[in-house]
Design a protein around this ligand. Sequence first.
Ligand SMILES: Cc1cc2nc3c(=O)[nH]c(=O)nc-3n(C[C@H](O)[C@H](O)[C@H](O)COP(=O)(O)O)c2cc1C
Length: 491
Amino acid sequence: MEISNLFSHLKLPQVKFNRINLPKLDLSSINLSKMPKLKIGSSTAKLPIVQGGMGVGISLSNLAASVAEAGGIGVIAANSIGMLDPEYYAKNKDANSILLRREIRRAREKTDGIIGVNIMVAVDDFQDLLDVAIEEKADMVFLGAGLPIKGIPVERLRAADVKVVPIVSSGRAASLIFRSWARSYGDIPDGVVVEGPMAGGHLGFKPEQLDDPDFKLEILIPDVVEAVKPFMSQFSRNIPVIAAGGIFSGSDIHKFYRLGASGVQMGSRFVATEECDADVRFKEAYVACKKEDIGIIKSPVGMPGRAITGQFLKDAAAGKIKVKCAWKCLKSCDLKVSGYCISLALDNARKGILEQGFAFCGSNAYRIKKIVAVKSLLGELKSQYLLAEKRGIRSLWNEYEAALDNLFSIKSEHALILRNNLITMRDEYGKNFESKAALLREEYDRLAEKLVPLKLDYQKAASKANLLKDEISALFERQPVIKRFNRLKAF
Ligand SMILES: Cc1cc2nc3c(=O)[nH]c(=O)nc-3n(C[C@H](O)[C@H](O)[C@H](O)COP(=O)(O)O)c2cc1C
């Protein structure tokens, strides 16, 4: 046999080493002085933080204006707001519209910042409250406890530039709302709050879903981000997804940002602020509560709710509460089943009469240790966020460098096998083919085979490095002072 024929079977396995362009990172040049802004339609908040609407009477003009003034989005809770009026039982639901108007105006007098209104879809005077928000040109409305699909006055909302942000607890609910809007109104909402099972207040989950890992906020956020994507491209608009429920620190905010959220909504932390509109005894109940004091209640709204549990709820369950109903504010409320009026119980709690009511709170409320000013809370969240961002970049960078080291070593191993072994063996094979051919051929094949998984390893490692590189680039894009990819270095 011709030696050249023999060689024709011995094609050296080749690996294509794709070039990877490396961003050059200089951590000292990263200016971490700002959190990302939150843009909802025509409104842009300096901080990506929405203060969740908290009824009854917990977030009114004072809290909302303080948050808005400090750069976040302040939200007035509309449901049963009329209870602030001692004549509520005489005025019935008209009191809600009157007081909501008053609170929006008061907030406007205090700040030019962004003011929203939270309205529960399930309340009987939903349309009246929405009308007030439109007439008073609130910057946005957050619509929860039900799906805001039917009878939404989209044209009037648009004319008054009132943005609409539904509150959902799944990608499915978000799809349903966006699809229905697109079909019925040829329009879509401006953002979406995703409230997970760790939130305070009413929860859009079945009791058994609350501790189910499949319903964690970390799972829900990417789910909702995916659900709104097709509508973003259909309407060429950005739809910010806002994470809510159990968010406590700036590093929590950072975590949800990394998962695709554009901002967060927080409730409990804003309760324990000097500016919160509730009585100081309500706030102190937060500071005093322990983890085991926080429990799940069955609300007359027909949903579970999270609250600081106490004697009142035990008495209500035992049917010991005298029930007084003003005008059946909740469509779904059945007093015989609920055993108490939730609006009255929440209003009593707001006034600090906790023996005759209860305080809604998020799962992390027990971690709150003191009542602080809104500005200092936001300052704390901001520094924690920025620290997490810096740490995130550093650890991502370390991971990236480790991935590159791995690539280098795979590449060198490949080169070593190829040059030092295969090529010499092939030459030796040529020289000694008569005597040692079979043995050498076996050895050669064995080594050549080793290159196949090596090549796969390399490809995997290369794609991991590329992914990390993309992530780093995305982080860099959020850094205003950093020039992305200062210099490109070829690998
Ligand atoms: C005291 C209290 C009252 C609330 N009232 C309402 C409400 O009226 N409407 C609503 O949509 N959400 C309400 N929420 C939910 C908040 O807006 C927010 O989404 C939630 O508190 C986020 O969870 P966190 O408390 O763990 O931050 C309430 C929450 C609390 C703690």
